[in-house]
Ligand binder design. Structure first.
Ligand SMILES: Nc1nc2c(ncn2[C@@H]2O[C@H](COP(=O)(O)OP(=O)(O)OP(=O)(O)O)[C@@H](O)[C@H]2O)c(=O)[nH]1
Ligand SMILES: [Mg+2]
Ligand SMILES: [Zn+2]
Length: 291
């Protein structure tokens, strides 16, 4: 039978079969995977072929991936693990406060997703907490990310209108949700189905940060065509396997300009002469209109 990996603990896997039933599966021996460098051979979202042996499934084969998202390994620097495979979009959950998400973090996830050609959505959660000044800051970043063509909205996981909007964004897709600990990833998911019972944790009064409540990635089924992957809060998002020269390719607003630089595709847009991107930044040209 063919199935999709919903959860992985490293030794066993929860797989949802074509019959929509869940099976606990193991692997037998070593699975052959070509060009496999990452530390976890089977990831959440992988499509697998498995055979039933009594009530347990034995995974015989991993089907080729459409795509995957890598995450830098916490244990060994320079090593990456696959956060999830076969995803239709990445949802970056951000917050203006409790905790504050930096734009650097958002940009690194955007660049990383773009490098795997995976569409991105940004949701700023906890809008109910913001004062007037913080609402202005929120409006500013919303406009900024919308102007480069990324679907960006503000929500509150506590408000019904927000949930309806999120349902529309997710419908018919497999969505990976990423963000710092405490931004409200699991809280939002729990609002999407009465069957979801993801643990959620309070924000620390002292640091205004989350407490790393979710500890492994898990895919949840919203309906037969809609899946969402809850992931553990990520402190920093490192770029994996990417050359310096390559990075501007993954900023859509830079991509259209970068060949106009004197050094063309070799330009890092840092302090090279006649850099078209630096010139555009200085003159304030808004290239997003031409995307
Ligand atoms: N005021 C407010 N609080 C929220 C909102 N969404 C989530 N929270 C609270 O934020 C805290 C953290 O939420 P979680 O859902 O556990 O956050 P998480 O992103 O899953 O965190 P990790 O699992 O640690 O990565 C909880 O106390 C939630 O009740 C919101 O829209 N508004
Ligand atoms: Mg969580
Ligand atoms: Zn340049």
């Amino acid at each position: 039978m063919i199935g999709r990996v919903m959860k992985s603990t490293g030794s066993w896997y929860e797989v949802i079969g074509e019959d929509q039933k869940k099976y606990a599966c193991r692997t037998r021996g070593k699975l052959r995977l070509e060009d496999f460098k990452e530390s976890n051979p089977i990831a959440v979202g992988d499509r697998v072929v498995f055979e039933l042996d009594k009530n347990e499934g034995i995974i015989a084969e991993i089907l080729p991936r459409d795509n995957h998202m890598l995450r830098q390994s916490v244990k060994r620097t320079g090593h990456a693990s696959v956060l999830a495979a076969n995803i239709d979009q990445v949802l970056i959950m951000a917050t203006i406060k409790q905790p504050r998400t930096s734009m650097g973090f958002i940009d690194r996830v955007l660049v990383s997703a773009e490098s795997f050609r995976i569409p991105q959505v940004i949701l700023f959660n906890k809008k109910d907490l913001l004062n007037e000044k913080e609402v202005d800051a929120l409006e500013h970043v919303l406009t900024l990310y919308q102007s480069i063509g990324v679907l960006t909205e503000s929500i509150s996981a506590q408000q019904d209108e927000s949930i309806e909007m999120v349902e529309k964004i997710l419908q018919g897709k497999v969505t990976l949700i990423a963000g710092h600990s405490g931004v409200g990833k699991s809280t939002l998911l729990n609002r999407l189905s009465p069957d979801f019972k993801q643990s959620t944790g309070a924000i620390s009064d002292f640091s205004e940060k989350g407490t790393h409540t979710t500890t492994f990635a898990e895919m949840l089924k919203v309906n037969t065509s809609t899946f969402i992957i809850d992931t553990p809060g990520i402190k920093e998002w490192g770029l994996v396997n990417m050359d310096q020269q390559e990075i501007s390719d993954y900023f859509p607003e830079m991509r259209s300009l970068r060949l106009e630089c004197k050094f063309g595709s070799r330009c890092l847009h840092i302090n090279e002469p006649k850099c078209a991107i630096k010139e555009a930044v200085e003159s304030g040209v808004d290239r997003s209109k031409s995307l």
